[in-house]
Design a protein around this ligand. Sequence first.
Ligand SMILES: NC(=O)C1=CN([C@@H]2O[C@H](COP(=O)(O)OP(=O)(O)OC[C@H]3O[C@@H](n4cnc5c(N)ncnc54)[C@H](O)[C@@H]3O)[C@@H](O)[C@H]2O)[C@H](O)CC1
Ligand SMILES: [K+]
Length: 481
Amino acid sequence: MITTDRMAMVDRNAAALGVPRKQLMESSGNAVARAVRERAEEGDRVTLVCGRGNNGGDAMVAARFLEGFDLRVVLLGRPETISTQITRENWAALGAAEVPTETVTDSRSFDLDDPDVVVDAMLGTGVTGALREPEATVAEALNAADATVVAVDVPSGVDADTGAAEGAAVDADAVVTFHDTKPGFDDFDAEVVVEDIGIPDAAETFTGPGDLLSIRRSPGATKGDAGRAFVIGGGPYTGAPALASQAALRAGVDLSFVAVPESVKTPIQSYAEDLIVQPYEGDHLAPDHVDDLVDTAESHDDVVVIGPGLGSHDETVEAAERFLSEFEGRAVVDADALPVIPEVDTDATLVLTPNRKELVELGGPDVDDLRANQAAIADLSAELGHVVLAKAKDDVITDGERTRVCRAGTPGMTVGGTGDTLAGITAAMLATHDPFEAACMAPQINGSAAEAIAGEVGDGLLASDLLDAIPRAVWGDESDE
Ligand SMILES: NC(=O)C1=CN([C@@H]2O[C@H](COP(=O)(O)OP(=O)(O)OC[C@H]3O[C@@H](n4cnc5c(N)ncnc54)[C@H](O)[C@@H]3O)[C@@H](O)[C@H]2O)[C@H](O)CC1
Ligand SMILES: [K+]
């Protein structure tokens, strides 16, 4: 079972793997034609009712596979208003091949006549709200007809995620849906046929640009919606917390606070005017600081990053352990804070970001190839009760049940600091997404930021170079048709 959002993700990831949607549409159309052939007799009248999106495009492809029948291809709307490039191309291909087509702009001028089989390709997963005209009237005509109705992907007017219809909807005899069945089909009377359309498993296994689609799908956000990051780090090191908090800002949080020892406040503030530095007394994190830090983070519902540059002073380790046992919000646990995890009893929602060495300290496998050992990492995640984002050339992301692999990135990323940018990006994603999704998105963003600038910086990459490239990795993908 797959939701429409995940389907869109997988579809985009397939395109990134070299299997573009037009190719998938050829498979969808072929599958629809097969379903029609199974339900029609030689010489039958087959009417394909096409909408202006890709659902309609599937039926336009099907038409090329059904030329032996008494075929009628109807487009609802003017050809100029076809909404996607690939459907426009498939419409043009019918014209060039001299397959007869009709267009209907007013439902009053549409006579369904008396077909044996009707293909409902008005609307698929792109439907929003109740069917408008002419679709609503045409849906009623289809329901009233004495014909076998084959719906493409989803009966038009039905929400594939819920099975509900806000207004008129097609009552199909069979639904040919693609890749996997949809949650809304559970209680359907119609026969549901699931067709493989050639989406490779890799489109689900590996993270890709599709994993980032949901970021751009929440327009109209107001200040504060994108969340706030609260980085607890620094002391012996100053660069790591500064990189993490700047990366969080570049990945979209509204505000980024850095809690650091007084002793390093000035250098950290001097790195970037965008950071809000909140100093605490002394030159390292200590148990006395913890109550204040927990109060501050919880009162603003901040997403915490704890670890970067903290060092391993005994008091710091004790403070990190105490922080995590008291804090009940969301946190990314990285670097020097990771060793306390096996000991700590916490109600917080955590994403752990160990490198290979830190993974071993957490009780994970001591291996070079994390991907080949993903089952052991999933077991560790289940045992700890937290999402694990284990970092290597191929990152492994797991919540114990689901496991994905991120291949994005460049050899230059072995330079110091790229883990700090990753921790900051993870916090930004965790502010608006579920922990496992956030942990899948973050390395995809960090890795593709590096890929985007590889041509300029090659192996001379600095973690600070990634900061400027992060926004494009997050919002720059415009291939969303
Ligand atoms: N990987 C896959 O799942 C593939 C699916 N394919 C097919 O593509 C459709 C989804 O296509 P999309 O273009 O996103 O949307 P639709 O065709 O469903 O609809 C868009 C179209 O409809 C208009 N519209 C929206 N709401 C309404 C309404 N309430 N009333 C009237 N009109 C409406 C909107 O303006 C657009 O013009 C999927 O279902 C599959 O069939 C690909 O072919 C292969 C890969
Ligand atoms: K449909």
